[in-house]
Design a protein around this ligand. Structure first.
Ligand code: AMP
Ligand code: MN
Ligand code: MN
Length: 330
């Protein structure tokens, strides 16, 4: 739990900085990018405030297609142009420094590194750690920081925070959806943002070719009733060929897990997505019993008890075998 003195130190460091450099985890989701953009807009709105730089370590540098509706994406800097030794750096939604990819170098060299995160596995890699595993999203911590900096919420700020909150609570469905989450959502909506427009962007749109990619992935889904001591595993793959055929980038495949995880007969759902470099980006979800973050961590990744992931270089068969072996020991 973050102490109030740590929050006070973060405010003092940011208030005194001439330049503030922001970074979120690689292949950002709405919580990572939305929280970072919200703080970027907040700091930039201060008259005579610090210069603000924001980035994430994807090379080539491209904002995921489904997040391009977030205001401020055009203000970001490519990681190749990021300061090597930032005076003050803030990290968003990354459990460990390696999740910043190429920006882990600047993070290690920064004068002050303020870490905002909600992963239980966070390694406290900052000089100031604003880490709360009970927080539903990093957006909750980013909102807290913006409040403590006495910066009023605007629509631009609220949109990033709301996108993060919606995504990490599964549209206010997951158990982390506390009264405080709804109170924050109410404050964000009061700025005038349109929740319908946000959910349409995040969940209710895709190119027509997505349907065929999804069909291929669903057709390959396998149910293993006996795995996880009889609790069941359901898994599938999205290959590079599926996506290339459909002209789709990797981020469009993120929602496949939400289709297969509804399977009644399986406690655990896994989707292996092949990225453009041929590496498998693996998403894992559980319903209520299995801690998938422990399995993802054992395979070099991380995450939360009910949602975790890891990267795997090799065959999809090998990757799922490794997952199965760990699940059977869980
Ligand atoms: P995803 O399945 O990509 O939505 O990710 C679910 C959770 O797992 C998120 O909290 C991520 O931060 C975490 N995660 C996903 N992939 C990785 C990875 N390669 N390394 C560490 N954590 C990951
Ligand atoms: Mn994230
Ligand atoms: Mn998050």
């Amino acid at each position: 739990m973050t102490t109030s003195s740590e929050w006070a130190r973060a405010v003092k460091v940011i208030d005194g900085a001439g330049q503030v450099c922001l970074a979120c985890h690689v292949r950002p989701d709405a919580d990572a990018l939305g929280s970072m953009l919200a703080v970027l807009h907040a700091l930039a709105s201060r008259p005579g405030g610090a210069e603000v730089i924001g980035s994430f370590g994807d090379v080539p540098f491209k904002v995921p297609a489904i997040l391009r509706f977030l205001p401020g994406a055009e203000l970001l800097t490519a990681p190749t142009k990021y300061p090597a030794r930032p005076e003050v750096m803030l990290s968003f939604d990354a459990a460990s420094v390696d999740r910043l990819g190429p920006l882990s170098g600047p993070a290690s060299a920064a004068g002050e590194l303020i870490v905002l995160d909600h992963h239980a596995s966070n390694t406290r890699f900052g000089t100031i750690n604003l880490v709360d595993p009970a927080a539903a999203a990093t957006a909750v911590l980013a909102a807290d920081l913006i409040d403590r900096l006495a910066i009023p919420l605007t629509e631009q700020i609220a949109l990033g925070l709301y996108a993060g909150l919606v995504t990490d609570t599964g549209s206010f469905k997951f158990s982390a959806t506390t009264p405080e989450v709804h109170e924050l959502a109410a404050r964000l909506l009061a700025t005038g943002i349109d929740p319908g427009a946000v959910s349409r962007e995040l969940y209710d749109r895709a190119p027509f070719t997505y349907i065929h990619m999804l069909a291929s992935a669903l057709a390959r889904a396998v149910l293993e009733r006996e795995t996880v001591g009889g609790l069941g595993l359901v898994w599938t793959t999205v290959t590079r060929a599926d996506r290339v055929q459909a002209g789709l980038s990797l981020d469009v495949a993120e929602s496949v897990i939400d289709e297969i995880r509804r399977t009644d007969e399986a406690e655990v759902a896994v989707v292996l997505k092949e990225d453009d470099a041929g590496v498998w980006q693996v998403s894992m979800r559980s319903k209520s019993l299995v801690d998938v973050s422990a399995i993802a961590t054992a395979l070099g990744g991380g995450g939360h008890a009910r949602a975790a992931g890891f990267s795997y270089t090799g065959g999809a068969d090998e990757a799922i075998r490794a997952v199965r072996t760990l699940l059977d020991c869980a």
